[in-house]
Design a protein around this ligand. Structure first.
Ligand SMILES: Cc1cc2nc3c(=O)[nH]c(=O)nc-3n(C[C@H](O)[C@H](O)[C@H](O)COP(=O)(O)OP(=O)(O)OC[C@H]3O[C@@H](n4cnc5c(N)ncnc54)[C@H](O)[C@@H]3O)c2cc1C
Ligand code: FES
Length: 285
């Protein structure tokens, strides 16, 4: 059975940790994008694809507010035990610029794992095709999702978009996992010249009938466009939102989006009821 419609999977009361974590490594993947590897077996062992952490960015409590970041990869030792996790970050403002300046050995205070995860089929359910559609730094949660789906024997395909070739993310991760990957760039510097829906739509039109699920994360207009494509194809889509967040714990309401509710709508907190939602429940405006 495919995942039922509904929001992302709310995980059974997993503990949330608030821990000082040592930065193992900072690796640049482009001039504006970098990977941070953190010690942290507690969070690494308990996180699921789509979940996120709230992390400090400076060393002295400034800025006060932590920044939400998706869990990118789980780091494992030679026995396969989780020892830490990484985050894939794009510099967009002061906080992410400060993160980029951190050094190995620095300590970040990290709260997590937080939020709902992508809802994936129960183990043992018949294999289906899982199509991962991403734009820019919205690619971050998808390698971990691909790993889980592959482990359960599902077929996975990735569609990766970015403004320009230098900013394409996770293409090598997918290749290493053996996941077929197609790319698009807004400026045509690599792959399809145009938006990621320009590679998704022809693929959906050409594929054979059969169960499929779509997942998307990226800028809002991109997720809205993927929702339109999924709706036209009659396929379910789970979307992961990157709303601005102050607390990450459901208290401040800075992260709300509108979800359908009966004949109307109501607000839902991306940090608690999300970040993953069924695209059919979202009020796209
Ligand atoms: C659940 C979740 C997961 C995320 N995962 C990642 C990730 O894996 N990698 C990554 O690089 N970023 C991720 N983000 C976005 C990241 O949190 C913001 O880019 C970051 O907080 C910006 O901080 P700043 O101080 O650099 O920018 P600010 O100075 O706070 O803002 C700079 C600009 O970015 C905009 N902005 C700020 N926060 C957000 C946001 N959350 N979404 C969209 N625009 C925003 C502001 O409006 C402003 O235009 C995630 C956000 C959420 C909610
Ligand atoms: S970030 Fe405070 S309620 Fe969601």
């Amino acid at each position: 059975m495919l995942p039922p419609p509904g929001a992302g999977a709310i995980l059974p009361s997993m503990p949330i940790h608030d821990l000082p974590l040592v930065l193992r490594q900072l690796r640049h993947v482009s001039s504006q994008q970098f990977v941070l590897e953190l010690e942290g077996p507690e969070i690494a062992a308990e996180c699921s694809p789509g979940q996120f952490v709230m992390t400090t960015v400076g060393g002295d409590g400034d800025p006060l507010l932590r920044r939400p970041m998706a869990i990118y990869r789980v780091l494992r030792d030679e026995n396969g035990d989780a020892t830490g996790f990484s985050m894939l970050v794009e510099v967009v403002g002061r906080g992410t610029a400060m993160l980029q300046q951190r050094q190995p050995g620095d300590v970040l205070n990290v709260l997590g794992p937080l939020g709902t995860s992508f809802r994936i089929p129960e183990p043992g359910t018949p294999a289906a095709e899982h199509l991962l559609v991403m734009g820019g730094v919205g690619s971050a949660p998808f390698p971990l999702l691909a790993e889980d789906l592959l482990r359960q024997g599902h077929s996975v395909r990735a569609f990766v978009g970015a403004r320009t070739a230098d900013l394409l993310l996770c293409v090598d991760d997918f290749k290493e996992l053996g996941v077929p990957v197609e790319v698009s760039t807004d400026d045509g510097t690599r792959g399809h010249h145009g938006f990621v829906t320009g590679i998704l739509e022809p693929y959906l039109m050409g594929r054979e009938e059969g169960p499929a699920v779509l997942y998307a994360c990226g800028p809002l207009p991109m997720m809205h466009a993927v929702h339109a494509v999924a709706t036209a194809a009659g396929l379910p889509l789970q979307v992961s939102f990157e709303a601005p967040m102050a607390c990450g714990l459901g208290a401040c309401l800075s992260c709300v989006i509108k979800l359908r509710d009966g004949d109307g709508w109501s607000y839902r907190r991306v940090c608690q009821e999300g970040p993953v939602f069924d695209s059919r429940e979202v009020v796209w405006e």
